[in-house]
Design a binder for this molecule. Structure first.
Ligand SMILES: C[S@@+](CC[C@H](N)C(=O)[O-])C[C@H]1O[C@@H](n2cnc3c(N)ncnc32)[C@H](O)[C@@H]1O
Length: 283
């Protein structure tokens, strides 16, 4: 019997469910759309459309990867974030919905009409910096990462989103080599998972995402220890900052910022009511 869109979808759903994937229906549909070159509407309105041998083999390849718990975003090579779609690869963290709170918070810290300079430390795919540049046409930004592969992805995304002329990408260790008092805004989503907890995370994260994007050292706070004094140095007086944090880290991160002479102003919670972004200003 020949395979149709509907039979392929239900077989894929069962296979992903058996593999422990927590959103098998959605993932099966997204992967079939991509592999077979069909739309959601095709699946709904023409479910008995027969699939060609080439489509079936492309679907099989996608499903084998997903059943091995590779994230959908790496299989598709893209991830939606804020108002855009970002190219991703295993060299970068797949941007997360909760990181949109960093963008939302940062936008409250810079004006719409005035030229300003922003710094994104650990720029990865460029999700935060590029979203800010899209929202603020007067903004220019520097994005730093120590991964050359991540910088290549960020560059590709900046070109695709037509903000490359306002984004300078630099290889470096956090803010090393950047001038004192040079930025109106600093944002960062640094690695903040405790080293010992990484292998306990879902295989999508522990097996596939870059360890350097996750590993926050023995207590998860190593990056904040480096970032707090760096922020104090590179921010202009009155400049703002917004940092993503891990669950339960708000107090410790706040203390590091305070000790560096910065003024933390508040902590914002994500949709799961987890304190997720610490923000503030340099006095
Ligand atoms: C959690 S990812 C965040 C990526 C992106 N900003 C986002 O929010 O999706 C952290 C990023 O920081 C980078 N990174 C880690 N340590 C660094 C360091 N010492 N200097 C520069 N970049 C670093 C990693 O390569 C990774 O791209």
């Amino acid at each position: 019997m020949s395979e149709t869109l509907l039979s392929a979808w239900s077989a894929a759903r069962d296979r992903l469910k058996a593999a422990g994937v927590d959103s098998p229906v959605l993932d099966a549909r997204m992967l079939i759309e991509d592999a077979a070159g069909v739309t959601r509407l095709d699946i709904v309105t023409d479910p008995y459309r027969e699939l060609s041998a080439a489509q079936l083999s492309a679907i099989e390849a996608h499903m084998a990867r997903r059943a091995a718990r590779e994230p959908v975003s790496y299989i598709l090579g893209k991830k939606a974030f804020w108002k855009s779609e970002f190219t991703v690869s295993p060299a970068v963290l797949s941007p997360r919905p909760e990181t949109e709170l960093v963008v939302e918070t940062a936008l409250t810290l810079v004006g719409e009409e005035t030229p300003a300079r922003a710094l994104d430390l650990g720029v990865g795919s460029g999700a935060i910096a590029i979203s800010l540049l899209i929202e603020r046409p007067m903004l220019r930004a520097v994005g730093v990462d120590f991964s050359a592969e991540a910088l290549a992805i960020a560059r590709f995304n900046a070109v695709a989103q037509i903000v490359a002329d306002r984004l300078e990408l630099r290889a470096g260790d956090w803010a090393e080599g950047l001038g004192e008092g040079a930025f109106d805004l600093v944002v960062s989503n640094p690695p903040y998972i405790r080293s010992g907890a990484i292998n306990l995370l879902a295989p999508e994260i522990s097996r596939y995402e870059p360890r350097a994007a996750l590993d926050g050292g023995p207590d998860g706070l190593a990056a904040y220890r480096a970032l707090a004094p760096a922020l104090a140095r590179v921010l202009k007086p009155g400049g703002g900052f917004a940092l993503e944090i891990g669950e339960g880290q708000a107090e410790a991160v706040w203390a590091h910022l305070d000790a560096a002479g910065l003024t933390p102003l508040g902590v914002r919670e994500d949709l799961a009511a987890i304190p997720r972004v610490v923000f503030g200003r340099k006095a």
